[in-house]
Design a binder for this molecule. Structure first.
Ligand code: SF4
Length: 241
């Protein structure tokens, strides 16, 4: 450290590294099918979004670099994150999830409509196992594998994470695969809504159904069910290590 310059705080270092990673993520074209699809969707939006310029690029994570709660989703939605340029923003899944985060003190507002809507996450960070919108919300296994390097790097830049909530089975399996790649001891853990596993590295892993419209409109996932998972996360954070 040069004389007269204070060392950067861990929060600043983490935030700077996440910004650098975000630039790399948003320039990625490693999956030809997804690169084509996210742009194709943007060229032919539905009537209600015809006046908008779609983001149409991969999405970096979003939230507090010093977060203790990490939420891992599946992938951006074609007309949600792929349109607005921010994770869980601009669609029904976003409304469902962010209103729940707000109820549990992890967000400053209950809505997530566009990138400049003032949403801030407190002690929480949202990411996904795949960064580009996939057709039918179904990434191929090789696309999940290809994108894992970004989840690994993002996870390594979030030093305070103590609770990880995986939204859906693909996210659950993807997070477990990522931690294996990080050299963590393997664990046997099957996905089910409400499942939890205390990981040996000191992280509590929680499972929720994904807040897709299909799940929320059929009430396979209700606000009360989402609340129960976030309440468990909040309690674990309050209990301390
Ligand atoms: S899904 Fe991930 S690895 Fe594939 S193109 Fe998008 S950002 Fe790159």
């Amino acid at each position: 450290v040069a004389a007269g310059h204070a060392p950067a705080s861990p929060a600043k270092e983490s935030a700077d590294a996440l910004i650098a990673l975000a630039e790399e993520v948003t320039a990625c074209t490693a999956c030809p099918r997804l690169t084509a699809y996210r742009q194709e969707v943007a060229r032919r939006p539905p009537a209600r979004y015809r006046s908008e310029t779609y983001w149409a690029r991969p999405l970096p994570g979003f939230g507090d670099p010093m977060a203790r709660l990490l939420l891992v989703g599946l992938a951006p939605a074609a007309h949600g994150g792929n349109r607005t340029g921010r994770m869980f923003t601009g669609d029904g899944s976003a409304d469902f999830l962010v209103s729940a985060l707000f109820r549990h003190g992890f967000a400053n507002q209950p809505t997530s409509t566009h990138r400049h809507d003032g949403l801030r996450l407190w002690d929480a960070y949202m990411t996904a196992v795949v960064r580009c919108a996939p057709p039918d919300n179904r990434p191929l296994p090789e696309e999940v594998r290809q994108c894992r390097r970004f989840l690994l790097r993002e996870r390594s830049l979030l030093p305070r994470v103590r609770v990880v909530v995986c939204l859906g089975k693909v996210a659950w399996d993807g997070y477990l695969a990522a931690r294996r790649d990080m050299g963590c001891a393997p664990v046997r853990a099957s996905f089910a809504h409400g499942a939890e596993v205390q990981l040996p590295e000191g992280v509590l892993l929680l499972a929720s159904y994904h807040p897709s419209r299909q799940n929320t409109q059929t009430r396979r996932l209700t606000p009360a069910m989402m609340d129960a998972v976030l309440l468990r996360a909040r309690r674990a954070l309050e209990e301390g290590p």
